[in-house]
Ligand binder design. Structure first.
Ligand SMILES: [Zn+2]
Length: 435
């Protein structure tokens, strides 16, 4: 079902009008209340009155994660701090975290975005939503929690970790939906299949809302088979509130973005010019309803494209294609662009392999090395090298054809690759670029 037909199915012309109104108000608010934006706009010679419609958005300055770090903690707040009701933060890779703050309305809108995604699987009263995202400063836990609450569902705040107990409760309490990172969902699925206490056949799961890291269709198929669910992508980022910036519909053909609240653009990350419709580039968001900490043209580093063709589900909200990767995650190995998600795609094409992997990149004698640890499923695992070759050769060929460079593949014993309860870490780049 559709949670908010008025917003999710609004005719495009009407949506442009709404976006224009909301952008004009947001820009005015930023200029008048946030010294950072006043300075940036003055530098570009742009005044709030120059923004007359959503088409003028390209006149506005960008915001980067470095700006958010510089303005830490509350420099970008556009309301008196007395109006703030909650603070979240994401762990930055280095130094200070990225902070987002929320007014009462911001929390309501955030829950609305998540609820729209959950409605796709008809989550409502009587359904139990198991939230296995970490609770805390991370937006995953409380974000999913509030979305489930708005749908009138039972919230089961198990948080991440304690896997044995998670799966016991999942069965005993009859959880109908699971929310967590796709890598933790995979870990839970594996634990269920190995358990002597619980069985997926005794469970009532029907939907999974997985996000906070990019994942592939291969991973989706595997999760759907193992957990007997339909698996939906839920997209979001702390800078735009958290999860629920968009989500997949029942057709799983792109992620609808709630563009009445978050205006998406695709830009060329090198020239910063807008891309042609349908072209791949960097995703940029402007918050259109955020009160406490509105952000203009935030550069997500996510590489994807937007699909404006109407969707079979009836929603008019623009769709985002799969995220190719984060431009930050992209590695350049021997001059070739490699995304970790490409490796995952290759692995999930071969039933003998687990979707877990770990890439180590180094530079030896001025040449890049590309080592890939993979894991065979226990039923395929063997220590015999000549037996391993049987599985390695097709995988090797597939990776070479997909990414264009040759990996050194190492088969690890079962559980030889670390399982994560939150976002998975897939890459260690040991190269020293300062030399
Ligand atoms: Zn759709």
């Amino acid at each position: 079902m559709i949670h908010n037909p008025q917003m999710e199915c609004m005719p495009r012309e009407e949506m442009r009008k709404l976006q224009s109104e909301r952008l004009i108000a947001t820009v005015k608010k930023c200029y008048e209340n946030v010294p950072f934006y006043k300075k940036k706009m003055d530098e570009l010679g742009v005044k709030p009155e120059d923004i007359k419609s959503i088409d003028d958005i390209s006149k506005l300055p960008f915001t980067t994660k470095y700006d958010l770090r510089d303005e830490y903690p509350f420099g970008l707040e556009a309301v008196p701090h007395t109006e703030v009701r909650r603070i979240h933060a994401s762990s930055g890779t280095t130094g200070k975290p990225v902070v987002d703050t929320y007014t009462e309305n911001d929390l309501r809108n955030w829950a609305e975005g998540v609820a729209r995604v959950m409605a796709v699987a008809d989550i409502g009263p009587g359904d139990t939503v198991q939230v296995s995202y970490g609770y805390g400063l991370f937006t995953g836990g409380l974000g999913a929690h509030d979305g489930a609450a708005l749908r009138g569902a039972v919230q089961l705040p198990t948080s991440a970790g304690n896997t044995e107990k998670q799966i016991m409760l999942m069965q005993d309490f009859g959880s109908n939906a699971l929310c967590c990172t796709p890598s933790y969902a995979m870990h839970l699925a594996e634990a269920i299949h190995e358990s002597k206490v619980v069985s997926v056949n005794k469970m009532k799961l029907r939907a999974g809302f997985f996000g906070a890291e990019p994942w592939t269709d291969g991973m989706r198929k595997e999760l759907e088979q193992k957990l007997h669910i339909k698996a939906y992508d839920i997209y979001g980022l702390t800078e735009m509130s958290g999860p629920g910036v968009g989500g997949e519909c029942e057709y799983q053909d792109g992620t609808h973005l709630w563009e009445d609240m978050f205006y998406p653009e695709i830009i060329n990350p090198d020239t910063l010019e807008p891309c042609a419709p349908g072209e791949f580039g960097e995703l940029v968001f402007t918050s259109l309803t955020k009160e406490a900490m509105p952000i203009l043209r935030y550069r997500t580093r996510d590489l994807t494209r937007l699909i404006y063709e109407p969707c079979r589900c009836g929603r008019t909200a623009v769709r985002m294609d799969r995220i190719l990767g984060r431009s930050d995650d992209m590695m350049i190995i021997r001059g070739v662009n490699v995304f970790p998600s490409q490796i995952e795609t290759c692995l999930t094409e071969f039933p003998a392999f687990q979707p877990y992997y770990f890439i180590t990149v180094d530079r030896v004698n001025n040449e890049d090395t590309f080592d890939l640890d993979v894991e065979l499923k226990p039923e395929f695992y063997t220590v015999e090298l000549h037996e391993q070759i049987k599985y390695l050769k097709p995988l090797f060929d597939r990776i070479v054809s997909m990414v264009g460079i040759k990996p050194n593949i190492h088969i690890k014993p079962p559980y030889g690759i670390e399982r994560s309860v939150g976002k998975a870490k897939h890459v260690l780049d040991k190269r020293d670029f300062t030399k």
